[in-house]
Design a protein around this ligand. Structure first.
Ligand SMILES: Nc1ncnc2c1ncn2[C@@H]1O[C@H](COP(=O)(O)OP(=O)(O)O)[C@@H](O)[C@H]1O
Ligand SMILES: N[C@@H](CC(=O)OP(=O)(O)O)C(=O)O
Length: 395
């Protein structure tokens, strides 16, 4: 048996989003980078891995094909497989780099959650088996978005929750910083895939990041921001180290709030007969752990619901889905959130128009404008289940 000891030095916690694994070589790239950080920083390293891009969305679609209202525990079991695959592949890639890594499972993470198994709420974070793993190996690989419930069953912390795993793990291990790597230069004034003029914010307050996230910006998970603030963890949103301009990034929790434009790309718009009905449905959806945004249009009282979320139909019986509409929200510097619903194909153009209102002078950019190429899905994202019919559900 390996003797357990708490490793020397505060661990580093790095999280890699699904687009790091857009192809299999992504696992080698992350492994090489992690090996370099171990050598350079001489600190134990925790790498939190997301499912390769496209996987969780495909699994969710597959489930939808089989059942209109799948059970939460079955959904959790299926949707967490993407991260399990990533952890195993990354541990293998690290081994190929000559680095011994311990691939961890949900039960090892020390993360405890309650509520519906596919969008469970994180209630506590402890070091779990991590301290022991880091005493034995220089690197531990943790599945993003996974936790266990009181019965020890694996649950999922909801979509896009790898950030939350990373921050909660950092807090539990006493790490002062958590680095979230993704395919954008940092937190920007709009999604740079839609608004090429978007600026990268060097700094943003916790509340600023939370506000963007709450209004539907995927860049950093709202719960992760809360957990970082409570645990005193500095959050660094960084571009992948192998990007053209790997420097920079955004320090979350150190700056002001920011004016920004948010496009609710992965949400459906539902319209109700009255504001009262909309509010009641919004409350019920919120109680189920779903992020909803309520807004009014000339056509009626509307709200957005994450596309493809399990079990929403029963709360939306009296509502109409407006398939063609997409919500664009402008977050003004004075704290106002202004909503505009536009036909889906016009969302990017509307976001650019709105962004130009917030940042009329291209010369006063606080960061550099970025023009990422179109987002790719991993060709291996159907490694678990191949699906013939792609649709526009979130990936
Ligand atoms: N304001 C914003 N700034 C930066 N990225 C944003 C913003 N709003 C949305 N995004 C999206 O967030 C994505 C990064 O989030 P992350 O969870 O790391 O992604 P992935 O799962 O693709 O690795 C970007 O690819 C971008 O499309
Ligand atoms: N399984 C998660 C993975 C996640 O959080 O991904 P990312 O960090 O790439 O957004 C999801 O797509 O819901």
């Amino acid at each position: 048996m390996t003797a357990r000891r708490v490793p020397d030095g505060r661990p580093l916690v790095l999280k890699f989003g699904g687009s790091a694994f857009a192809d299999l070589d992504g696992y080698h790239r992350v492994a090489r980078y992690a090996a370099g950080r171990v050598a350079e920083d001489r600190r134990p390293l925790v790498v939190v891995a997301s499912a390769m891009s496209g996987t969780t969305g495909r699994l969710q679609q597959t489930l939808d094909h089989l059942s209109e209202d799948p059970p939460a525990d079955a959904a959790a079991m299926l949707l967490t497989t993407g991260e399990t695959v990533s952890v195993a592949l990354l541990a293998a890639a690290l081994d190929a780099e000559g680095v011994t890594a311990r691939p961890l499972q949900a039960a090892d993470t020390g993360l405890l959650a309650e509520g519906p198994g596919d969008r469970a709420k994180l209630v506590s974070a402890g070091p779990g088996a991590l301290a022991g793993a880091l005493a034995a190996c220089p690197v531990a690989v943790v599945p993003g978005g996974q936790a266990v419930d009181a019965d020890g069953r694996t649950v999922m912390l909801g979509r896009n929750s790898s950030d939350l795993s990373a921050v909660a793990t950092a807090a539990a291990l006493g790490a002062d910083t958590c680095e979230l790597f993704s395919d954008v230069p940092g937190v920007c004034t709009a999604d740079p895939y839609l608004v090429p003029e978007a600026r990268t914010l060097a700094r943003i307050s916790y509340e600023g990041a939370r506000r963007m996230s709450r209004h539907g910006a995927k860049v950093v998970h709202e719960g992760a921001v809360d957990w970082a603030e409570r645990g005193g963890v500095r959050l660094l949103c960084r571009p992948f180290p192998w990007c053209e301009a790997p420097d920079g990034g955004t320090a979350v929790g150190t700056g002001p709030e920011a004016a920004a434009v948010v496009v609710h790309r992965n949400s459906d718009v539902w319209c109700f007969g009255s504001g009262r009905e909309r509010r009641a449905a919004g409350r019920r959806l919120g109680a189920e752990g779903l992020a909803v945004a309520e807004f009014d249009t000339a056509g009626g009282a509307c709200l957005t619901v994450p596309a493809g979320a399990r079990g929403v139909a029963r709360h939306l019986r009296d509502a109409r889905r407006l398939d063609d509409l997409c919500l664009v929200t402008t977050l003004w510097p004075d704290g106002r959130a202004e909503h505009t619903a536009v036909p889906r194909p016009e969302a990017a153009a509307e976001a650019r128009r709105r962004h130009a209102l917030l940042y009329p002078d291209p010369g006063d950019a606080t960061g550099r404008a970025v023009r990422p190429s179109a987002k790719a899905r991993s060709p291996h994202s159907d490694v678990l289940v191949g699906l013939a019919r792609p649709d526009r559900r979130p990936s």
